[in-house]
Structures are given as C-alpha cells and as structure tokens.
Design a binder for this molecule. Sequence first.
Ligand SMILES: Nc1ncnc2c1ncn2[C@@H]1O[C@H](COP(=O)(O)OP(=O)(O)OP(=O)(O)O)[C@@H](O)[C@H]1O
Ligand SMILES: [Mg+2]
Length: 421
Amino acid sequence: MTQHTLDTAAWLHEIAPDDLRRTVDVLYRVHRLVVLVTDLPTLLLSIMEESKQVAQAEACALMLYDAITEDLYFEVALGESGDQSALKREVRLKLGQGIAGSAALTRQSVSVADARTDDRFFKQADETSGFETRSLLAVPLVDRDALIGVLEVVNKVGGGPFTNADLHVMEMFGSLVATSIANARLIEQNLRAERLAAIGQAVAGLSHYTKNIITGLSGSVDLIDQGLSQNNSEFILRSWPIFKRSTQKISDFVEDMLSFSKPRKPLIEPFDVRTVVKDVSDTVSGTVAKKEIGLHIDCARAAPTVRADQRGLYRVLLNLVSNAADAVPRTNGVIRLHAETADSGALIIEVADNGPGVPDEIARQIFDPFFSTKGSRGTGLGLAVTQKIVVEHGGQITVSRAPDGGALFRVVIPQEVDGQE
Ligand SMILES: Nc1ncnc2c1ncn2[C@@H]1O[C@H](COP(=O)(O)OP(=O)(O)OP(=O)(O)O)[C@@H](O)[C@H]1O
Ligand SMILES: [Mg+2]
C-alpha cells in the first residue's frame, strides 16, 4: 500500500520527462474543462475520461459519499467492458469496506498491484459488473474536511501497478473533482433556497391579491342579496359595479396566470386594431369614469388590417392602460393611446400617462414576474405577461418618459411584408 499527501512536490523531480509532459498536458486540459463546463455531470464525465487516459488505466470510477446512509455509491463508471449500470444500481460500500472504503475512511490514497490478493478487495463489485480488477488506485475526495467520495482508476494498461506519477496526478485530479462537486452542490443549494423563497413570496402575494378581490365580491353579493330580499333596487344598483369589477379582476387574473404559465405560439389573424382598442376602452370605462380620467385614443395612422394574435394584443393593451389608470393622479388624469403603422409595416402602439412615471431604480424590474409596487392591489404579472406576448410576436416593448413626465410604453409588433415576417 502506498500512502501520500499533496504537501510535497518532490515527486516532480523524479518523474520521467514523458510522464511530466503527459501530466502537464492533461492538467491544462482539465483546468480548461473546469472553467468552461458548467454542468456537473458533463464535467465529471470529462474528468473521468481524462483520468483514465492520464493514468493509462482500462477503467475508472467515481464513487460519491452519501452522508445520510454513510456509504459510497458509484456515480460514474467508465470502462471497456462490464455491466456499469448494475454496478451503479447494486453496489454500495460502507466506510472501511473494500479498497475504496479504506481510502475513504483513512482519507489516504491506496494503490494495490493486484486487488485479487488484497484482503480489503470487495469482490462483489467485480461479480456484479463482470469486470476483472487487477491493479487499482483509489484516491479519497475531500473538500474543506468533508468527505465527498473516492476516485478510482483500475488496471494499468500493459499490466503492473500504477506509478508514483500516476498517484500524484490522480491526487491533483481528486482535489479538482472534490472542489467542483462541492461548489456545484453549494450553488444548487443556494438556488433551491432562493427559488423556494421566491415561490413562497409569489404565492403569498397572489393569495393576498385574490383574497382582496373575493372579499369585495362577497361583500357585493351580500348587498345584492339584501336588495333582492327587501326589494330595494338602491342596494342592487350600488353593489352591481363592485360585483362587475371584481369578476373582471378575477377573470383578468386567471387570464394573466394562464398566459404567463405556458409557452404559446400566437394565433396570427387579420383584424382591425381599432376593434381591440374599442374593447379595451369598454373594459376600462368603469374605472375611467370613476377616476374621471381623460382617455384619448388616436388610431388614425394605423393600417385598416393588422396581423397578430387578437386576444394577445387585447391583453397587452388592457395591461398597459390599466397600469396607466392606476398611475394617473386623482384629478386631471390623462391617458393617451396611439396606434400607427410604421413605414416598415410594423404596428406601433404607445400608451402614455401623466402619472409619476417609472422611477429609474425600478425600470429594470418592472417586467419581472411578481414585481409590483402596489402591494396587495397588484400581482406583478401584468407587464411580465405583456412582454411575453409581445416577444412571442417577435416584437419589442420599451418604457421611457412621456413628454409630461409620466410613463410611456411603446410596443412594436413586426408585420409580414410581401409574405415575409
Ligand atoms: N404607467 C406606469 N406608471 C408608473 N409605474 C408603472 C406603470 N406601469 C407599471 N408600473 C410599475 O411597474 C410595476 C409592475 O407592473 P405590472 O403591471 O407588472 O404589475 P402591477 O400593475 O403591479 O400588478 P397587476 O398587473 O396585477 O395589476 C407596477 O407595480 C408599477 O410599479
Ligand atoms: Mg399591471
């Protein structure tokens, strides 16, 4: 048995020039792999392929340590023959069991010339894989004192044991592999924690939002009930607009969730953009009247027919106009909706308001799903859905400052010209 640690480079003086060249070459390649390959399974597979070559081994294997069950299992096994998948499925080694288990327990590399004559050799691995192990070199993988697994190279090509140079190169490989695995796990853990926190926040926000609408809805239903039972039309007239607004909000919300959650190819059809603009202005007429907003529409320079997904365009305009209606001041609120066909044939729509505009600090975030400054009055889905629909049309949406200081949203939807998009 040979035992080594990495704290001396004396071996470099003893190494044959050919071996040295081989070693430097492979370290250079592996270093490039670590920098360039970002997904762990591909990285591990490439490093294993390299280790097999550098140690001139017939086969190699990476065993990972499961800290819960406290045993080692095969993650990657590369070799010319043998049933690799059975090995991965069936063989697990306790710490101290087999040569890999010994390397893991003592955290020292183990090199044996003929595994079959070594008492520690775990024969079941060969029986399961159908592979015949002779020489074997097992290197423990340790990162910041934590055991990650064991790297093994098996059967030196041409017979004989693995050399001292093989052992040192494999130990270098081992430390790279251990760090790569530990880093990848850390990144994965952080991502998962961030994702869970984001999902939690989104669900809390959405629940709050829907709860508010449902409270409004049930309040108005109670009033309508009272009105009906007491034959009091005053109650019904008062609660009817709240009821209508709440059902509209619920249906908008569901529509936004649906548009947002699945990729969709737009259903392109010819229509008059004025029809969609009229639908939007009808939908917001209640809010516009209540807040006494001046809604100015100008579609004079829009071509009579545009080609787009009609429902999609309706959602885009409704979201932009609703946001503008939320943003305008309580008195003298003004929204301008302008649609025109550019010389290129593209449909350009602008929605401007005289609200406070979008502050520079949040301009980058407003298209993110669930980003909202409206607390429980907004889902933060509106602009995310709007952008998704525009992008699905191959178009663009941008925000800037309107001449009177408010927000100006500009949507460009390319149109087919002479049969081409
Ligand atoms: N016209 C606008 N003026 C000023 N800020 C705006 C305007 N439009 C959008 N924003 C900002 O962008 C944020 C995100 O808008 P988005 O439409 O995605 O969500 P929301 O309006 O908050 O919620 P919901 O879409 O459910 O109504 C808003 O909360 C607001 O801060
Ligand atoms: Mg919105």
